[in-house]
Design a protein. Structure first.
Length: 122
């Protein structure tokens, strides 16, 4: 590890650390991590992005958009549903999915804008 990207001595601001630890305790950070973990998969991100482009898609639409089988698309959609990212409704034999709320669309929009602005070191 380079010494340029780490502290060379161990010293911390106790007041700041205690304040932030208190704030962390007030929030369900693990749920936020699970949300990001769910959309960390490229195909699930494609699904969420697609649902930002159109209000509602059936499972077959999703499968064709991401280039997968209906079973694989269903698996991804179930994962997204379990995390509260998408919701679905049945219409006869069809299952239609949409984003759970506008916040998900905002996350994707912000992430894309960030990617455009920041050159990521790979």
């Amino acid at each position: 590890m380079s010494t340029k990207d780490t502290c060379e001595i161990y010293c911390y601001d106790e007041e700041k650390v205690n304040r932030i630890q208190g704030e962390l305790a007030k929030h369900d950070i693990s749920s936020v991590a699970l949300l990001f973990k769910a959309i960390a998969d490229e195909n699930r991100t494609k699904i969420v992005f697609s649902l930002c482009q159109d209000d509602e898609l059936c499972v077959c639409d999703v499968a064709n958009i991401i280039g997968s089988s209906v079973a694989t698309a269903s698996h991804h959609l179930r994962t997204l549903h379990k995390q509260g990212i998408v919701k679905y409704r049945k219409e006869g034999k069809m299952a239609f999915y949409s984003l759970e709320d506008e916040h998900i669309k905002q996350l994707i929009t912000i992430a894309l804008a960030h990617k455009k602005e920041v050159k990521v070191n790979v």
